[in-house]
Design a protein around this ligand. Structure first.
Ligand code: COA
Length: 372
């Protein structure tokens, strides 16, 4: 049998100039900038601009970009009416996957020359698609998705709660979007690149990516984490639940990583925001429970929390419904996916690996009437 690494682990599947993940001396960086610096000093739109256009914007460029995204936010009537007829009990990830695909029917990509326009349009409209569907089905309201203020993070919270967020809440979500924006050849980005490598249209690439992010081993881990934490009354109960999960060989969501070996650099950053929000809200249980889970997982298995783990409590403190956690990840990762689709197109070769055959030996065909 030919040797291969399961799940393509440790396989270098292509070149990229967008991001490094866990590289010696570089850590996690977007186009050369350390994630710690971006999380401390940039806003999500600056990071999206960096990923999509290759350089950080100047002040005037950022202002123009914010205005451009703001102008692009309104949803076509045909899309709104389709969102209204999707079932009220759809998973919001299915809504985004369908919404992206529908926009591709309404505003198709006729030429790759317009790819930046489509990337910006999707970045601007995905939050609105999600919240339009959510507002219509949960509250019977047709919301205006314009999001005049507060950029992607503040606008999202304003639309969701119909009240302006505090500066702390807005910045917490903004940082979370920065941390979620890009992560090299993760499963959903790779799916987008595979689709792009066939020279398919932009919407098909992003639809593939959204479907891939949905699973609990990838983006769905933040929802699974909160479902776990919600059931735990205090740190001692949490410790017992983790030990029981490990004893029965169940995975604890929000832990471990394919590339990182000892820690996820995004965890320290998002954990700080979870602690700040816990202090601000006075709701100490989710953070205390999370910290105990983190300690026990390290003590028992040397497994560390990944970005999804404390993102769950951050979103809880921001009063985001659990079913919208992974869709929020989509709204951020859209920037990274789009950058990778464009990079793939720039140096394209069809992605088509080969397999190690483990099926039956060659055998004679038996006509239907002779089969027993
Ligand atoms: N909880 C408990 N055990 C875990 C674990 C977790 N979250 N993650 C990995 N392990 C264990 C596995 O059970 C396995 O143990 P074994 O060798 O005794 O069978 C070992 O660690 C290797 O795990 P494996 O799933 O093969 O590693 P991978 O590199 O294929 O998977 C992940 C990486 C991220 C898919 C995996 O760590 C996981 O499923 N994590 C939970 C989901 C999650 O948080 N996803 C978001 C990633 S950012």
């Amino acid at each position: 049998m030919t040797e291969h690494s399961g799940g393509l682990s440790d396989v270098i599947a292509g070149d990229t100039a967008i991001c490094t993940v866990g590289k010696q001396g570089r850590g996690l960086s977007y186009r050369g900038y350390a994630i710690e610096d971006l999380a401390a000093g940039a806003c999500f739109e600056e990071v999206a601009y960096l990923l999509l256009y290759g350089e950080l914007p100047g002040a005037a460029q950022l202002d123009a970009y914010l205005q451009r995204l703001s102008r692009l936010r309104s949803l076509p009537e045909a899309l709104k009416s389709q969102l209204e007829i999707l079932p009220a009990n759809s998973h919001p990830m299915d809504v985004l996957r369908s919404g992206c695909s529908l926009l591709g029917c309404i505003e198709p990509e006729h030429s790759f020359d317009r790819q930046h326009d489509i990337a910006d349009r999707l970045l601007a409209t995905l939050p609105g698609m999600l919240l339009y569907w959510y507002g219509f089905h949960k509250h019977g309201k047709r919301i205006d998705t314009a999001m005049e203020t507060g950029g992607q993070a503040g606008g999202f919270l304003q639309l969701l709660h119909a009240r302006p967020p505090s500066d702390l809440q807005q910045r917490a979500l903004d940082v979370s979007l920065i941390l979620y924006a890009e992560h090299e050849f993760n499963a959903s980005t790779f799916a987008a690149r595979v689709t792009a490598s066939t020279l398919a249209d932009f919407y098909s690439c992003i639809t593939s990516a959204i479907g891939t992010l949905r699973g609990p081993l990838h983006g769905g881990a933040n929802e699974a984490t909160m479902a776990f934490i919600n059931d735990l009354a205090d740190p001692d109960t949490a410790e017992a639940a983790v030990l029981a999960a490990l004893a029965s060989h169940r995975k604890v969501m929000g832990f471990g990583h394919r590339v990182y070996r000892e820690s996820d650099p995004r965890n320290t950053l998002i954990k700080t925001w979870s602690r700040r929000l816990a202090d601000d809200t006075g709701d100490s249980r989710p953070f205390a429970v999370s910290e105990r889970i983190e300690q026990v997982m390290w003590r028992e298995k040397k497994l560390f929390a990944n970005l999804d783990f404390y993102s769950a409590s951050v979103y809880h403190f921001l009063e985001i419904p659990v079913s919208l956690y992974t869709p929020v990840f989509v709204c951020a990762r859209m920037a990274g996916w789009a950058a990778h689709v464009m990079e793939q197109r720039q140096h394209n070769r069809l992605i088509r690996p080969t397999s190690n055959y483990i099926g039956p030996d060659k055998r004679p065909f038996v006509p239907l009437e002779q089969r027993t």
